[in-house]
Design a protein around this ligand. Structure first.
Ligand code: FES
Length: 310
């Protein structure tokens, strides 16, 4: 859908927030905390951003974009080109990071721009008068977005790990202190998420939730296999040096993708035959073992051929 970029606001060093409104007035589609939208920036350039605003506020969406020093085009495009008044194209909200609203207690852990999906969660939990806490770490106070907004809540701890005498979050202590039955959520850099998963290994899997906003994904470019597309009847060779997605796009296959690094889930395709070499951070270990779907942006194929349901 097309929406109007109503306003741009500075939130922190290299972080801007954007208010998006319906073109003809009215309400935006409803969303639940943890949801994101895909933003279509240019042909072949789509990025996913968490919705930041309170889901009860239906007149606009807010997203926040960190200008990544290693930007592959997405955040740079937005920071440099977007102007208030522009019309931009977005998807309907999708939710890969849904929140259990009736947990006995909710522990939210955010690193840097990973705070964004936590904000609607806090709004919802506060409205429902649920028990929750947020641990938010940023490099420096200058790089910490939404701190002022969070000051209005109890249960928020903000730490800075890039200043003299600063400290990282003690994820183990946070996990140990969580009451039985608590649900824990983490969004942040890959290292933080890996540590979070490790310290919570003993908790029920469905109580531990993570969302990657980017990842150091080792994309599969070994090639040397054939893709058969069951619905269209096409055959696509994937050569050494290219990803499955590269080969599919070059063959004119219309396939949706966004992050390109296995975190958003947009490019998921059903496998009919063949063995996947999963490289993504989206599918669970169980899903990967089941070998029923594959993220074509980053994963490869271990068998000589794979049949896809496209
Ligand atoms: S495009 Fe995001 S997981 Fe493939």
């Amino acid at each position: 859908m097309q929406v109007r970029l109503k306003a741009i606001r500075w939130e922190a060093e290299d972080i801007l927030s954007f208010i998006l409104e319906p073109l003809g007035g009215g309400l935006m589609l409803p969303f639940d905390p943890g949801a994101h939208i895909d933003v279509h920036l240019a042909p072949g350039l789509t990025r996913s951003y968490s919705l930041v605003n309170d889901p009860a506020v239906r007149g606009h969406y807010e997203i926040a974009v960190h200008l990544s020093p290693t930007s592959r085009g997405g955040s740079r495009h937005i920071h440099e080109r977007w102007r208030a008044g522009d019309i931009v194209e977005i998807s309907a909200p999708k939710n890969n990071f849904p929140m259990v609203e009736d947990a006995v207690h909710t522990v939210l852990i955010a690193g840097g721009i990973g705070v964004t999906p936590m904000l609607p969660m806090i709004a919802r939990l506060s409205r429902l008068k649920r028990s929750w806490e947020l641990h938010y770490v940023a490099a420096t106070p200058e790089r910490a977005a939404y701190v002022q907004h969070l000051e209005g809540y109890d249960g928020v701890t903000v730490a800075f790990d890039g200043v003299p005498g600063g400290q990282r979050l003690d994820l183990k202590a946070i996990s140990d202190a969580a009451p039985e039955g608590a649900h824990l959520y983490c969004c942040g850099p890959t290292g933080m998420l890996d540590a979070f998963v490790a310290v919570n290994a003993g908790k029920p899997k469905d109580h531990v939730h993570i969302e990657y906003f980017s990842a150091e994904t080792e994309v599969a470019t070994e090639g040397g296999y054939t893709l058969e597309l069951a619905r269209s009847g096409k055959t696509v060779e994937v050569a050494e040096g290219e990803t499955m997605l590269d080969a599919l796009l070059a063959a004119g296959v219309d396939i949706g993708f966004a992050c390109g690094e296995g975190v958003c889930g947009t490019c998921e395709v059903k496998i009919l035959e063949g063995i996947a070499d999963h490289r993504d951070h989206f599918l669970s270990d169980e899903d990967k073992a089941a070998n029923t779907s594959i993220m074509v942006c980053c994963s490869g194929v271990k068998s000589p051929r794979m049949v896809l349901d496209i």
